[in-house]
Design a protein. Structure first.
Lengths: 136, 510
């Protein structure tokens, strides 16, 4: 009976370690732990928000970042693959609605993946980024 | 008479000043890459510039199906198309020096500045310098630390003071041919029918003030950021934009496993790390060549069919729908009301009252309604209708208050690109003005013989406006034919040239 709190503590520590293990060795490339929950947040500096996030390849979105009318932030989560060496990836197409001046400079999308600042995207026009995850 | 004190050499001014980015070019590949280069320049960090450079979208162009390609390279160039929206920066038709037959549907949201030389209905040519601004939008931009942050220049009516006051703009105009600077001639002397313009430097004082006005945009939704268009952006995001994201992701999964792709990407990013912005085009053109060679190694023919072509086609479809949506927004109907005050030559200009006394020329008030609507295939029609009256008739002057009634129309045709210059706009315009009174408030005397100058004036104008992308500078060059002018009942032909600055584009830069 006296070992139970220690076992519970170890389990809890293990979970925390997995959650904190995501790394960003190169732009757009992430190393994750098996089954790690990855969060994705996309924030637009000025309305309208208009980014399309692709289906997730190699995993399944728990919550896919979407376009919510009137919102400048989209949130998503997914669980990383279970096996070492497995990969997952998704792409985002970012659109900048041009200002009346014809120039969208100064407007940005900021992408944060599990707390890591992944990208800052500027206009004009539209562009994309792809994010790759590998289970370490 | 051809009046053009401002030389054609001004065509090159934006580039001399360094105000313009690299001028647009008709090379399709360069045009596609220019948007990417602009995004790279807008990025603050080298890492983000590298990421943007290696984004594959523009390099997929070679794999678009012919039927999608037939929609034109312009589909990729919406950001370039977005920069050709015409705005009114100068004065209306009545002012000396004006080269604009109509007031346009939109005006600069922050600041505009125009120099025009010539005249339309007036007998005397002049050089008018016009400053335009919308104080509420300027204050909003200052308070929110940027023009983009300030939100739509013309927001929806929502009961707020902001939604009303942001619709108001004003201008002041100076006629540099006026003034009493020693050694120069004055602007107008009407009592003997002489009309002349002198060479006077711009002093910006009250003697050169030729007019001012306020404008209220009653209806103008030509801002793609307007909340009204959120549903359109949402719809695009859920359909063609989503398809492109999915197809691109499929392609990137395959490419990411290829060493050839990784080498291409790392080489490009390494080059960008130390490159100067002026070298981006050369680097990206080479990257495009390398990309096409890399694809042949990285993908099997089956992969090309399964992943590459669908991604390229999805991008083309999205780009097409996006630019059509933007065009529809920018071609929407506008309505505005203007109140203009035109100071008739206020130095020597005088009229004689019935008692024989000399009095200063009365100022003119002008009410003008402005309507505009664009067509989906490019042209835009603008209609003006209004009337003018004498604001302050001197006592003893026996004339009616209503001076004239006028209507004018203009068709703007966007033209193709001129290498190293830009995309001009060709304009055909006409004006009908019915003078109900003597134009200056009294008869004009020619050789001591009174000449009635009431009647109708018809005017036709052809104009070429040469914009310079991103700089906000444009140069209107026009030829005008009129059956008569206000003071002289003879056919008049004029050439005019000007220079206008839409400073919104400069303030929109980071």
């Amino acid at each position: 009976m006296s070992f139970l709190p220690i076992i519970l503590l170890c389990q809890r520590t293990s979970v925390i370690l997995h959650k904190m293990s995501i790394t960003n060795p190169a732009p757009g490339q992430f190393k994750v732990s098996p089954n790690e929950t990855v969060t994705v947040q996309i924030v637009k500096s000025q309305a309208p928000y208009n980014a399309a996030t692709s289906d997730l390849d190699g995993a399944t979105w728990t919550q896919q970042p979407g376009n919510i009318p009137g919102q400048l932030t989209a949130n998503g989560t997914f669980r990383a693959p279970a096996n070492q060496g497995d990969t997952a990836n998704f792409s985002i197409v970012f659109n900048f609605a041009p200002a009346g001046s014809g120039n969208s400079a100064g407007d940005t999308y900021a992408v944060t993946i599990s707390g890591i600042a992944a990208s800052s995207i500027t206009g004009p026009g539209f562009t994309s980024r792809t994010y790759f995850f590998e289970v370490a | 008479m051809v009046a053009s004190r401002i030389g054609v050499a001004l065509l090159a001014l934006p580039y001399w000043l360094g105000a313009a980015d690299t001028p647009p070019t008709p090379d399709p590949l360069e045009r596609i890459l220019q948007a990417k280069i602009e995004r790279m320049k807008n990025q603050a960090s080298i890492t983000e510039k590298q990421q943007e450079a290696a984004e594959v979208g523009p390099f997929l162009d070679a794999y678009i199906e012919p039927n999608l390609r037939s929609q034109g390279y312009a589909l990729f160039l919406s950001d370039l198309e977005e920069s050709r929206w015409n705005k009114q920066t100068g004065t209306g038709a009545s002012a000396a020096g004006s080269t604009s037959v109509v007031s346009k549907g939109s005006v600069p949201a922050l600041f505009g500045f125009a120099v025009e030389n010539g005249a339309l209905t007036r007998s005397m040519s002049g050089t008018t310098i016009t400053f335009r601004t919308s104080p509420a939008n300027v204050i909003a931009a200052l308070a929110k630390h940027g023009y983009i942050n300030a939100g739509p220049a013309i927001p929806d009516y929502d009961g707020s003071f902001e939604s009303i006051i942001k619709r108001a703009s004003l201008y002041v105009a100076y006629d540099t041919s006026r003034g009493n600077v020693p050694g120069t001639t004055s602007a107008a002397t009407t009592s003997n029918g002489t009309v002349s313009s002198g060479s006077t430097p711009f002093t910006g004082d009250g003697q050169q003030l030729s007019g001012w006005g306020v404008r209220f945009d009653i209806w103008n939704r030509r801002d793609p950021r307007h909340p009204r268009y959120n549903a359109i952006w949402q719809s695009l995001g859920a359909t063609s934009q989503q398809r492109y994201a999915n197809r691109l992701n499929d392609l990137m999964r395959v490419l990411n496993k290829s060493n050839d792709y990784q080498t291409w990407r790392s080489n490009l990013m390494k080059t960008i790390e130390t490159a100067k912005p002026e070298d981006y085009m050369t680097i990206l053109k080479k990257a495009n060549t390398d990309f096409q060679a890399m694809i042949k190694k990285a993908l099997t023919p089956a992969d090309e069919q399964q992943f590459l072509a669908p991604a390229a086609n999805a991008e083309a479809e999205y780009a097409s729908k996006r630019v059509k949506a933007i065009n529809a927004m920018m071609k929407s109907f506008t309505a505005a009301f203007e109140y203009n005050v035109i100071k008739q030559a206020n130095t020597n200009g005088q009229v004689m009252t019935t008692s024989g006394a000399q009095a200063h020329l009365p100022d003119l008030g002008n009410a003008n309604f402005v309507f505009s609507k664009g067509f989906s295939d490019g042209p835009e029609f603008t209609l003006n209708a209004g009337f003018s009256w004498f604001q302050n008739l001197p006592p003893g002057l026996n004339v009616g208050t209503l001076r004239d009634v006028q209507a004018s129309g203009q068709l703007d045709f966007p033209l193709g690109e001129i290498d190293k210059i830009g995309k001009p706009t060709f304009t055909l315009a006409g004006l009908f003005l019915s003078l109900r009174q003597e134009p200056l408030g009294a008869k004009v005397m020619v050789n001591n013989v009174a000449v009635s100058t009431k009647g109708n004036i018809g005017l036709f104008q052809a104009k070429l406006t040469i914009p310079t992308k991103s700089s906000g500078v444009s140069i209107p060059v026009s030829f005008t034919w009129a059956n008569r002018t206000e003071l002289i009942k003879e056919t008049e032909k004029r050439g005019s040239i000007g220079l206008s600055f839409d400073l919104d584009k400069i303030f929109a830069k980071p």
